[in-house]
Design a protein around this ligand. Structure first.
Ligand code: PLP
Length: 410
């Protein structure tokens, strides 16, 4: 597959051929998996196989994988589900902790619970590299804390969060506080930008619930899942016909489920190579930009081991990234975004992620989010850099008519 001008893999990925084939094969299986007759057997097998493939990808048991419509639903379900489950026992544990740089499908859920229910939310600032510290989580804990939600990989700057250490902290608190609370603090992780990009093993991480989304790892849009650790109880979000072991009503989207299973299988087989491939091209992109665009710099962790291999947050001082992105699109057929795709729908789209890292407005406005994927080639990178050079030169000519040459042509 060629996706020449596509530099927005964090917004979504193309669907891989294995997922397309699995989708086509499964979409003709019309029998409802919940029906009792023999015709449903194949539909059920497709779902079971896909569940096993996804479980392998994240290191879970099949019984811990629940299919949803995607990351947004999974985040809604985990947080509301943990909150309402706790409400059944007591309303005094009503404190939530999240980071300021979470996706809107986490932040808006917390804002909703805060607005509509007796609940308080602590929003933690990441550091200037986009990392939430374990100490910040520890300092925010209260006896009434019910849930902590921290994303595994940030969708704009690619920073990896210390998930394993936060899980260990919460386990430790649970053992100290056994007499005060009979339930440990629920640890939810939005791993939508991690699953398919870096190795993710739920056992190793020690999380209670974890969201993922098929369209971030070469499956179609509208399918994802929630990992719920064995023994963890959350209330359903979608009540209905008892599907997904009674926890998520709605007839299963068999074809999409099959496609996500196939994409998961491909990822299991190729992830280690992909990580190396992506990191190599991300670094090529970084070094080429550095050599031809004076002043360019990058947000996110300086230590590359703490950044998703496919993401580069590029700041070109003095440039309006919005104008550059439009030029790249209209003149060069290159797709790149300013921040999260969903927040781009809103009219005022100053990235809350970059602001939370302490960047000033000018730097935020000058930042492009560039994300590559398995179909990105070396020549795509060269073409992208050339287009950026042309775009930046054009924008500087427009803003500085005295024809200063801003960009070198090395
Ligand atoms: C970190 C993160 N969480 C959640 C989502 C939402 O996932 P979905 O598009 O599957 O609803 C996204 C989508 O961009 C994301 O980047």
């Amino acid at each position: 597959m060629t996706t020449q001008g596509y530099f927005d893999y964090n917004a979504t990925t193309p669907v891989c051929s294995e997922a397309v084939n699995a989708f086509i094969n499964a979409v003709t299986q019309y029998a409802n998996p919940s029906s009792k007759y023999g015709l449903s057997k194949t539909s059920n097998e497709i779902i079971n196989d896909a569940r096993a493939q996804v479980a392998t990808l994240i290191g879970a048991d099949t019984g811990e994988v629940f299919f949803t419509s995607g990351g947004t639903e999974s985040n809604n379900w985990a947080i509301k589900g943990a909150f309402f489950q706790q409400l059944k026992i007591s309303s005094t544990r009503n404190h939530l902790i999240v980071s300021e740089m979470e996706h809107s499908s986490v932040l808006e859920v917390c804002a909703f619970l805060e607005r509509e229910f007796d609940c308080t939310v602590t929003r933690l600032k990441p550091d200037s590299e986009g990392i939430v510290s374990v100490a910040a989580v520890a300092n925010a804990l209260r006896p009434e804390t019910l849930l902590v939600s921290v994303m595994m990989v940030n969708n704009e700057v690619g920073s990896l969060q210390p998930i394993r250490d936060i899980a260990a902290l919460l386990d430790d608190r649970a053992s100290q506080q056994k007499n005060l609370h009979d339930q440990k603090i629920h640890f939810h992780v939005d791993a939508v930008q991690a699953v398919g990009k870096i190795p993710v093993d739920v056992r190793d991480l020690g999380v209670d619930t974890m969201s993922f989304s098929g369209h971030k790892f070469y499956a179609p849009k509208g399918i994802g899942g929630l990992y719920i650790r064995q023994g963890i109880k959350i209330t359903p979000l979608l009540h209905g016909g008892g599907q997904e072991r009674g926890l998520r009503g709605g007839t299963e989207a068999i074809a999409s489920v099959a496609a996500m299973g196939a994409a998961a299988q491909v990822t299991v087989n190729t992830l280690n190579d992909q990580v190396v491939y992506l990191a190599k091209y991300r670094e090529l992109l970084r070094s080429e930009l550095l050599s031809v665009v004076p002043g360019v710099y990058f947000h996110g962790p300086a230590n590359k081991a703490l950044q998703a291999p496919n993401t580069l947050s590029v700041c070109i001082p003095g440039i309006r990234a919005e104008a550059l992105a439009a030029l790249l699109d209209n003149m060069h057929g290159i797709q790149v975004s300013l921040g999260a795709a969903c927040s781009n729908n809103k009219s005022v789209a100053l990235s809350h992620v970059l602001l939370s890292m302490g960047l000033d407005e000018d730097a935020v406005k000058a930042t492009l989010r560039v994300s590559i994927g398995q179909y990105t080639t070396e020549s795509d990178i060269h073409r992208f850099v050339q287009a950026v050079v042309t775009g930046v030169t054009t924008l500087f000519r427009i803003s500085k008519p005295a024809s200063q040459s801003y960009v070198t042509t090395a």
